[in-house]
Design a protein around this ligand. Structure first.
Ligand code: PSU
Ligand code: MN
Length: 300
């Protein structure tokens, strides 16, 4: 077998119980230690409390693993040499016996291999500002067009070009569904200033759309944007100047390719004195709750 599931995940999948996949790049490249470990443990706990099973995905010494035990999770959160694995990197990392954390794209691939239909994270990659010259468009978007996994996120980070990201998703035939409101959320902020292409108000209806997409033979998944809880948001007017500063520093330092998103997240954390991280953690936890509800609706 090219991958292995933890006992908890294997049992749940055999019994048809709800399972929620979780990515690991957010742990190794998205947050500093020890908050990354605390977040990873809490999110797994929230999914169990909601009545589903968590499946954190990573490549450990060449093995594609679906569901990590507590020691493995802790070791991964402490590693500074883990690779950031997208679709292009997954098989190479396995061939080289290396350790890597899966992005949204790679987590979708692994979840689908194991038969998991739903996945919770913070934010997805998208079309970067300036993509018309840099061509920087995340492989997360093309993955959503071909792999049947629903990704619950808090919208697209405002470090991206949100209208271009929405246009690109439409071109690819990926439904960008916002849960419970009409405005498309912008990760740290509840609204982006742009309308969501579509709105759904219940987990049940999201599960129905997922089932019907499969039934009519359409490839690809759903993007489910879940606004950050009100008490935890950083309004757009406050975060925008910080984003602009981080972006101009990235440009001045010639940060490119895979390093862009981790650099920006790290600088925004520093520039907000850690407030962006608190928001990030709150929104991931919120997404884990909605993903669990959808997984339960799908299992029924
Ligand atoms: N958003 C976050 N934290 C993260 C990421 C996104 O809030 O750590 C990670 C995800 O793993 C996502 C990846 O798939 O960044 C996108 O990277 P890129 O922009 O290089 O495609
Ligand atoms: Mn990129």
């Amino acid at each position: 077998m090219s991958y292995s599931c933890s006992h908890e995940v294997k049992t749940a999948l055999q019994n048809g119980d709800p399972v929620v996949a979780l990515e690991s790049t957010i742990i190794t490249h998205g947050m500093p230690y020890p908050q990354n470990l605390e977040m990873a443990r809490n999110v797994e706990g929230i999914i169990r409390e909601c009545g589903a099973r968590p499946a954190t995905i990573a490549v450990l010494e060449g093995q594609l693993r679906i569901g990590l035990n507590p020691d493995e999770l802790e070791a991964l959160a402490n590693r500074h040499d883990a690779r950031k694995l997208s679709r292009a990197d997954l098989a190479v990392c396995m061939a080289q016996g290396a350790t890597g954390a899966t992005t949204v794209a790679a987590t979708m691939i692994a979840a689908h291999l194991a038969g998991i239909e739903i996945f919770a994270t913070g934010g997805i990659g998208g079309v970067h500002r300036g993509a018309e010259t840099s061509f920087d468009i995340s492989a997360d978007l093309t993955e959503l067009a071909q792999t049947p996994v629903a990704v619950v996120c808090a919208g697209a980070k405002a470090i991206l070009d949100i209208p271009k990201t929405l246009e690109y998703l439409e071109t690819l035939g990926v439904p960008a569904v916002t849960y419970g409101q009409s405005a498309f959320p912008a990760f740290w902020s509840r609204t982006s200033g742009f309308q969501s292409p579509v709105r759904i108000d219940t987990a049940h209806e999201i599960a129905t759309a997922i089932r019907l997409r499969k039934a009519i033979g359409l490839a690809g998944g759903h993007l489910i944007a879940n606004p950050v809880p009100e008490g935890s948001e950083i309004p757009q007017t406050e975060i925008e100047p910080v984003i602009r500063q981080a972006l101009s520093e990235a440009e001045a330092q010639n940060i490119s390719a895979k390093a862009v998103t981790p650099f920006l997240l790290g600088r925004i954390f520093e520039l907000t004195n850690g407030r962006s991280l608190e928001t990030n953690i709150a929104l991931v936890e919120n997404n884990a709750r909605l993903a669990s509800e959808i997984a339960i609706a799908l299992a029924n």
